[in-house]
Design a protein around this ligand. Structure first.
Ligand code: NAD
Ligand code: UDP
Length: 316
């Protein structure tokens, strides 16, 4: 019998890669998504597979399916998208997570939460370890996402302590790759689309802020390894690439890889934009035997190829 797995947010960027990989690994997959930031295009190639099923549903409303494992990825991840309807964003992380956890209790199955480096906020320690509790503004424009995700972690741990639910919490750092939307608003997709179209590259602030970018295939490996680990490994566990880069250097790298004529312009830095972010992934390395392997240049080339094809198709 195949393992039957639910992926909430399965039509999104990371979720669609996860669904594809789980199918390749001979599982049956149910993707549940309300298509707020996801797209049918991301899962269209999976739809012919008899072991794949997609359901349009909002996780903030209760739902019922019969599965053996759950990955909870439903939640907009780009600041532009999660700030579009902040109340819905926090509902997704709180009400949605409660619905997912109640389902896991009923089914007595393992459940993995896609948490985020945003739980560390604008961090005072660098690189960030899992023991650090974070520096998060509770009332700012990023709070609907940061505090929602922090509350989701609390819910996971309370369900674990109170109901002995088998949980896994992954703290995902900036991830990029094919299947991001062209208008997603995050930095890698923005810069690539701008450079391919010869438009100005928009650096927010002076570009000295740093991020560490993990290629999506590496991230999917990490999520599956965490889910497959023994029950006492519950996390939270950082998953990300330790290769740190400034946003200015990222822009220059993308311009060079595309050989673009685009010029760099500076725009105001959004409120509460973290200055530095880089994971300490010692736990993932020792416990899961996982590390992000794809160098930034290689991952960027694959992502550029994806957006180049997508933009050419849309011109036609
Ligand atoms: P994404 O926006 O591409 O995907 C999120 C998916 O969730 C979309 O398909 C969207 O339609 C769906 N969704 C949103 N609200 C929903 C709701 N109420 N009900 C049902 N579906 C809903 O984002 P992503 O980059 O693929 O991120 C996936 C998960 O990983 C998110 O939970 C995000 O917080 C987390 N994460 C991502 C990153 C990253 O860099 N990509 C970093 C940290 C954490
Ligand atoms: N950023 C930028 N230009 C853009 C989009 C983002 O300079 O067009 C910056 C943003 O201010 C942040 C970093 O790039 O400092 C990463 O932003 P993103 O939205 O990808 O993710 P975050 O890590 O902030 O959630």
């Amino acid at each position: 019998m195949k393992n039957k797995i639910l992926v909430t947010g399965g039509a999104g960027f990371i979720g669609s890669h996860l669904c594809a990989r789980l199918l390749q690994e001979d599982n049956e997959v149910i993707c549940l998504d309300n298509y707020f930031t996801g797209s049918k295009r991301n899962i269209i190639e999976l739809s012919d597979n008899p072991y794949f099923e997609s359901i349009r549903h909002d996780v903030t409303e209760p739902f019922n399916v019969e599965v053996n494992e759950i990955y909870n990825l439903a939640c907009p991840a780009s600041p532009v998208n999660y700030q579009f309807d902040p109340v819905q964003t926090i509902k997704t992380s709180v009400h949605g997570t409660i619905n997912v956890l109640d389902l896991a209790i009923r089914l007595k199955v393992k459940v993995l939460q896609a948490s985020t480096s945003e739980v560390y906020g604008d961090p005072e320690i660098h690189p960030q370890t899992e023991e650090y509790w974070g520096k998060v503004n509770p009332i700012g424009i990023r709070s609907c996402y940061d505090e929602g995700k922090r509350c989701a972690e609390t819910l996971f741990f309370d369900y674990h302590r109170q109901h002995e639910l088998r949980i896994k919490v992954a703290r995902i750092f900036n991830t990029y790759g094919p299947n991001m939307q062209t208008n997603d608003g995050r930095v890698v997709s923005n810069f690539i689309v701008q450079a391919l179209q010869g438009k100005d590259i928009t650096i927010y602030g002076n570009g000295n802020q740093t991020r560490s970018f993990c290629y999506v295939e590496d991230m999917v490996d990490g999520l599956i390894k965490l889910m497959s680990s023994s029950d006492e490994i519950i996390g939270p566990i950082n998953l990300g690439n330790e290769e740190e880069t400034t946003i200015k250097d990222l822009a220059l790298k993308i311009i060079k890889l595309i050989n673009s004529n685009s010029k760099i312009i500076n725009k105001p830095l959004p409120q509460d934009d973290p200055k530095n972010r880089c994971p300490n992934t010692d736990k993932a390395k020792t416990i899961l035997k996982w590390r992000a392997k794809t160098p930034l240049d290689i991952g960027l080339k694959k992502t550029i190829e994806y957006f180049d094809n997508l933009l050419r198709k849309s011109y036609k």
